[in-house]
Structure formats: structure tokens, C-alpha cells
Design a protein around this ligand. Sequence first.
Ligand SMILES: [Zn+2]
Length: 405
Amino acid sequence: MTRIADQPADNTSDTRALVLAGARVVTPDGVWDGASVTVERGRIAEVRPAPGDPGAPEEHGAVDLSGHWLVPGFVDLHVHGGGGASFSAGTAEEALRVVATHRAHGSTTLVASTVTGALDDLAAQAGALSELVEQGDLAGLHFEGPFIAENRCGAHDPTLLRDPDPADVRKLVEAARGTARMVTLAPERPGGLDSVRLLRDLGVIAAVGHTDASYEVTRRAVDAGATVATHLFNAMPQLAHRAPGPIAALLEDERVTVELINDGTHLHPSVLALAFRSAGADRVALITDAMGAAGMGDGSYPLGPLRVEVLDGVARITDAGTPPGTGAIAGSTLTLDRAFQRSVTVDGLPVAEVSRSLSGTPARLLGVADRVGSIKAGKDADLVVLDADFELVGVVRKGEWVVRP
Ligand SMILES: [Zn+2]
């Protein structure tokens, strides 16, 4: 193609265009049936809606995706592990295994989540992981804990929890050397609201989660600058008719994006649908909250300093005296392609809305929507191919096949 010849040679990518033709393409302007997407030098060069126009892509050896969906690569805001590896290990080797596992399931952009640990350990993990952010393998870091509520700590080690003292919050953010994107905290703990304000001023997302906050305290946290609900419904007081708690405060406020884990275990389909209808796809970010067992089978896995047993795909904390299958749910074994499939085929949500919640909404929240999160000319060519049953069959990241259909 003539446009290519005008550009300088590039030894990192094929200079020929990749053309993906015939799919139902989910674009910001709607679903385009039979559209073609041209990829050049890692970017989307063109999205052409109508088939059969002169110079149609078939002439250039297009990949025929008839009968398939083409959706933007997924953006996971909250993930701890996968492929038997964990970000908490604090090594590049394990972190890259997590990244590769989720990338093969369509998550082309990933924020690495740590779990509660000693501050010095978390600072060391952040230092190691920040290099992978600088390299472009990760989109940032998320500290989940240690500033969370003891009675809502879920799979976090209760002996290592602490108040969100702004000095400690600042220490962790600084250890990440500009790569911290989000901190989950319980705003009712001493220092909670001051820490939310600090994070807002530092340009880091303050997320309310693993919290025992009331409706009123949660509203104050949002007024102070909190913009995310960490896995809404899970690890917080439930919605009650005279005590609406954090769920109502987070769900009703247009400044807040709510994370939801749609793995069939964390949320009843009716609750997922309620949240989706209430907040809308532009305020819902579907996440995995996955731990090491994602992309693996049942078995025993570490989660930070704790151990987790996975039985029938459900991860639970095990400790002495806990009968199998009864411990606290400890993250998920979800991948975002499964979340997509489930949201459409089980929950009956519209494909375009599910896609927004998996890509556009989290990308905007992270401030990277100029590069990723939608299928549009000029964006990175991060694309997922799904078959008619919404099974993942292909993944492209920055124009390179990760999974080839
Ligand atoms: Zn988590």
C-alpha cells in the first residue's frame, strides 16, 4: 500500500498491513457488520464499514473473520495473578507469566494488583513491577491493602492491616516511581479521607473497597475524590433498606466507576444486572480480580502470604481447621474472555455494552483512552476475535498476533 512507502523502515514490525475483514466490528459508533479493519505498524489505520467497495481489503490477502466478532482488547483494572504466577512475588519473571496468561485471554492492557503485605515488602514489589510499567508490559500498579477494614479483609492477611496514614500511603505511591494508578482503602479508618485527598492530589485513583463504611462516610470519600468502587458488593456491608451503606453511595454517584467480578460466583446474575442498569456501561468496569490459578486447573496456590485452594474453579482461603470449600472466597480464576461470554450468553447484556465495560470504560478511567479501549483509526491495534458463541479465537496486541484464529 502506498501509505507504507512514505514511512521510514521499522525493524520491529511487518511493513505489510494486516487486514481483518468481514467481522461484526464493535466500534464507538455502533456494531458494523462485515466491516474491515486495517492495521499498520501496530496501529489501527482504517475501519471501513461497508463491504464490497472498490479496493476492498480481500485483494490484499485479508484475514476472513466472517461469522466472528471483533472487539477492542480488554483492559483489566484489577488482577493479582494467573498462569500459576502472582504479581505479589515481585519478580519480573512471575509478573510476565501473569501478563502472558491474561493477554492470551484478551486482556491487552493490565494493571497489576498487589495484596496486603508489610509496607517494606509492598514497596519492594512496587519497585520491581514499576520497571514493567516503564517497559509497557503493564499499565500501572494497584495497591489493594493494607489500608482496609479488618472485618472486610476477605483474603487479605488480617495481621498486616493498618490505618491509611497519609505518610504511609505516600510512601507506597513513591515506591512505585510514578506508576501507581490506584489504591484501594477503607475510608472509615483513621486517615482515610485525608488519604483519599492525597491520592487525588497525586493523580492516583482512590478506590473504596474492603470497607465497613456507612453510606454517609462513603459519600464523604467520594466528595474527597474517590472515583472507584473496588469489586462492588464484595467485601463491604450489604444494601439494607434503612442502612444503604457503601453500595448505594457508590452505585448512585456519577463520579464513581464500579468494578464487578462476573464469574458466576462473586455476584448473582440478578445483582450484576441491577448494577449494570443502575450505573450503565460507562460506569461499570468488569474485572477479573484473578489470582494465580487463572488459566490453570484446580489445586493449591499462594496468595501473598496466604494459601488458597481452588476447587471447581472457585478459589478459597485455606487454613488449619477450615473444611474444604468453606473458606473466604479469595479472588477469582476468571479471565476477561469468560467474563465477556458470560455477560452476553448468561446475563443477556448487549454486546456493545459488555465491550465498553471491558475496554472503553476502564481505559478512560486509567487515562489511556487516547491509545486503547476502542476500535478507531489511530488507536493501538489491540483486538480480540470472538466466534459466534463468544469463545475467544484470536488476540492482536499492538498489531502482532498473540493468539491466531
Ligand atoms: Zn483483588
